[in-house]
Design a protein around this ligand. Structure first.
Ligand SMILES: Cc1cc2nc3c(=O)[nH]c(=O)nc-3n(C[C@H](O)[C@H](O)[C@H](O)COP(=O)(O)O)c2cc1C
Length: 394
């Protein structure tokens, strides 16, 4: 029998050894990230970025309760794997709004990529093309709609915020349409910006965005707190409502998805106003703190929609197992935010590609070990939620 003290010293030895290997690889410029460690990318991003930018990317609203929950709620879902299924080939490919992609893992819209890497959204879009997936370009992108369009042949959607100046939103929609973006993703959870306390303390900057050159200024300078918050509260149209979907439809022929749905009630309204899809999202827990972990409300939304439109999902995806769980609970695909940004900050275009490839590899393995050779084989009965686990104990 091994004594606890010798067990402890072997653990200590292993820790030291792994640290030495880590340092040696880095010193020799041969440092390769463990493919299974999202946290390593996060660590590298933290080392690479000024504190203000890192906090902006990593942080959430207020107590960051939802930020933790988005990730931890996945840990409470377990698998019901099936065996003796032929998984000698596993197919991850799928179709979103008619576009074939290599896996159900897409790139979420996130602001300000040039703060993470000088190539900004162009690097992200090229990685999307290399992975054959869809990138949703943020309305708050640091590269223009045109620059991103001409830099790669990835299928691109355009995310829209509606400014008080509706003409600006309309112009951006037309530019996106003209430049081959295939859908609009209307983000509906930002009537005002959430209270992001790190950004307030750091006096987070707002960047002049080239998309708006000649239209309006997106730079705000005040020394009271987050300039980004000041910008959003000055420009965003807090009166946006369900009625405005008719206006949006009148200015574009693109399919419209709504991002930021968290309840079955709103999902039903989205179907009624005729949108082409929903993204279940709490904005990466950056808006309303104590909103539920998105994975915990996905099924409610899926039931409400009754298969009439596709339901996409984001929030807290860090592993291929998380992707599998979201698909089993009814999502057609997932979007990833922070993992992509950390990949971009750590290693540019290559880093984004590695992050997506890592998630794809993990998803493929999860499918093989769960007895699912294709995405359609993933069913509700492949997972057990926390509630089901509690029921089974009664
Ligand atoms: C730094 C950052 C910036 C974001 N910017 C936008 C944005 O411009 N538009 C938008 O609709 N969502 C934005 N989001 C939310 C993401 O689209 C997505 O909902 C969220 O990141 C998913 O959670 P995850 O980061 O855990 O993957 C942003 C998220 C982060 C982390």
């Amino acid at each position: 029998m091994i004594s606890s003290s010798s067990h402890f010293s072997s653990l200590l030895f292993l820790r030291k050894l792994s640290h030495t290997v880590f340092v040696l690889f880095r010193m020799q410029g041969r440092w390769h990230l463990s493919r299974s460690m999202f946290s390593e990318y996060q660590k590298l991003a933290k080392e690479a970025l000024p504190k203000m930018y890192y906090d902006f990317y990593a942080g959430g609203a207020e107590d960051e309760y939802s930020l933790k929950e988005n990730v931890e709620a996945f840990h409470r879902i377990t698998f019901r794997p099936r065996v003796l299924v032929d998984v000698s080939r596993v197919d991850l490919s799928t179709t979103i709004l008619g576009y074939n992609i290599s896996s159900p893992i897409m790139i979420a819209p996130t602001a300000y990529h040039k703060l993470a890497n000088p190539e900004g959204e162009i690097a992200t879009a090229r990685a999307a093309a290399a992975c054959n997936t869809i990138m949703v370009l943020s309305f708050m992108s640091t590269c223009t709609v045109e620059e991103v369009a001409s830099s790669c042949n990835a299928v691109r959607f355009f995310q829209l915020y509606v400014y008080k100046r509706r003409d600006v939103a309309a112009l951006l929609v037309q530019r996106a349409e003209r430049n081959g973006y295939k859908a609009l993703v209307l983000t509906v959870d930002v009537p005002r910006l959430g209270r992001r306390e790190a950004d307030i303390k750091n006096k987070m900057i707002s960047v002049q965005l080239k998309n708006f050159d000649g239209l309006l200024s997106t730079k705000v300078a005040n020394d009271k707190g987050s300039n980004l918050e000041a910008l959003a509260n000055e420009k965003f149209d807090a009166s946006l409502s369900w009625e405005d979907l008719a206006w949006l439809r009148s200015i574009t022929n693109l399919p419209i998805l709504i991002k930021g749905i968290l309840t079955g009630d709103d999902a039903i309204k989205a179907v009624e106003v005729g949108v082409s899809g929903i993204v279940v999202s709490n904005h990466g827990a950056r808006q309303l703190d104590y909103s539920p972990a998105t994975i915990s409300v996905l099924e409610e939304v899926v039931h409400a929609v009754r298969g009439k439109i596709p339901v996409l999902f984001d929030g807290g995806i860090r592993r291929g197992t998380d992707v599998f769980k979201a698909l089993a609970l009814g999502a057609q695909a997932v979007l990833v935010g922070r993992p992509v940004i950390f990949g971009l900050a750590a290693k540019g275009e290559y880093g984004v590609k590695r992050v997506i490839d890592m998630l794809k590899d993990e998803l493929e393995l999860t499918m093989a070990l769960s007895g699912c050779p294709s995405l359609k084989d993933i069913t509700r009965s492949h997972v057990r939620t926390e509630r089901e686990q509690l029921h089974s104990m009664l």
